[in-house]
Ligand binder design. Structure first.
Ligand code: NAD
Ligand code: 89Y
Length: 343
């Protein structure tokens, strides 16, 4: 397989994980980087030995011949950068949250489709190995047809020290973290027809909501509860674990804190440790997320090579993004929101 020549735009806090993963993935490498902050450009360029550096994305596209671009900036720049990639006919990965609004997200998907350019959203949580293990049990038929799910992320981890912008936006936990947990609910139980939401801000030092509880009807007939909190102080801090309860016609799945997977089903009960591996460059507790960065980026390379649509394509992500919009609208109105009316 020939090596795909990629560029990374946005050399901030999270991009370092993406750079580590690109360095370790066969079939792709990062040839150029871009950041409008010269200090970040220097730090990441020096750490990963990338000589071709740009402070302006337009100059990057004008001067480089690229097989793909990986956008790791924060949300407000996503639409213009994805559209720039489409205009330059360069396949593009875009970090979550995909866009500031669903209207922007739809325009981005349209621009890439019109240009014939593959588009993947870096929606990595469903790629975490414990989540993939849950999905494998569902696919095995062991618990029969799932009728209930609870997908839960509750923590008091200080995410603001690494990502200070999270404290300042009007929207916080649903847009930043809930988006992943809602995507996991879709990944496990299928698309959603209706969502009811309640939100709260417990931490007085931030601008947005830090607690969200969502109740969803899935097209499959299953009901799920997605609950997220960054105001939950526990005896053992679980960050960044997503905990899962699934009840099916023939049994149950429980993914509990400490990556303990208990399955009760047609063949009895089994308890497995599904802890993610600690990659050489990873550090606890982020290793779970870091492994999924590696996996999703490998998936992108495989999809480009095979001409396949990525599982978390832009088009797929619209259905997750619609849940985010529905959650904010439903929390404001205190009414259920129909998802098909948003798409
Ligand atoms: P950050 O602020 O640390 O880094 C963003 C970088 O992008 C900055 O260095 C900034 O100078 C640069 N930048 C912004 N606009 C630019 C532009 N137009 N051209 C060139 N450079 C530009 O942010 P972060 O914490 O690294 O987050 C980046 C994205 O990653 C966010 O969307 C965040 O939600 C996401 N994120 C994802 C995960 C995950 O697990 N998928 C985890 C953390 C963060
Ligand atoms: O930005 C968020 C994400 O995508 O995963 C965890 C996080 O870093 C903080 O909530």
């Amino acid at each position: 397989m020939s090596t795909l020549r990629g560029a990374l735009i946005g050399c901030g806090f999270f991009a370092v994980n993406q750079m580590h993963a690109w360095r370790d993935i066969d079939g792709a490498s990062i040839a150029a980087i871009c950041d409008r902050d010269p200090e970040r450009l220097r730090i990441v360029g020096d750490q990963f030995g990338i000589a071709r550096r740009y402070s302006d994305a337009a100059a990057l596209f004008a001067n480089e011949t690229l097989d793909f671009v990986d956008i790791a900036t924060t949300v407000n720049s996503h639409r213009s950068l994805v559209e720039m990639a489409a205009d330059n006919r360069v396949p593009v990965i875009c970090q979550k949250p995909f866009a500031p609004t669903l209207a922007d997200a739809k325009a981005m998907v349209k621009a890439c489709a019109h240009a014939g350019v593959p588009l993947m959203v870096h929606e990595n949580f469903r790629w975490q190995s414990p989540i993939q293990a849950v999905r494998a049990v569902l696919d095995s038929g062991e618990i029969g047809r799932p009728f209930f799910g609870r997908i839960s992320f509750r923590s008091a981890y200080d995410v603001f020290s690494g990502q200070p912008y999270l404290a300042t936006g009007k929207r916080f936990i649903i847009e930043d973290l809930g988006i992943h947990i809602l995507d996991i609910a879709r990944f496990l139980l299928g698309d959603v027809s209706s969502l009811t939401a309640r939100t709260k801000r417990v931490n007085p030092d931030i601008a947005g909501e830090d607690v969200a509880t969502m109740l969803m009807d899935h097209d499959s007939g299953a009901t799920s509860v997605v609950d997220c909190s960054y105001a939950t102080k526990l005896a053992t801090e679980p960050f960044p674990e997503t905990l899962i309860e699934l009840d099916g016609s023939d049994g149950t799945i429980r993914l509990a804190q400490g990556y303990k997977l208990t399955v009760t089903g047609r063949s009895g009960t089994s308890v497995t440790d599904v802890s993610p591996p600690l990659l050489t460059w990873a550090s606890r507790p982020w290793h779970n997320i870091q492994e999924s960065v590696m996996t999703i980026q490998k998936h992108w390379v495989d999809c480009l090579a095979a001409g396949k649509e990525p599982a978390t394509s832009g088009a797929d992500n619209l259905k997750t993004f619609a849940l985010v919009e529905a959650a904010y609208a439903g929390a404001a109105s205190r009414q259920p929101v129909r998802i098909d009316e948003l798409l």
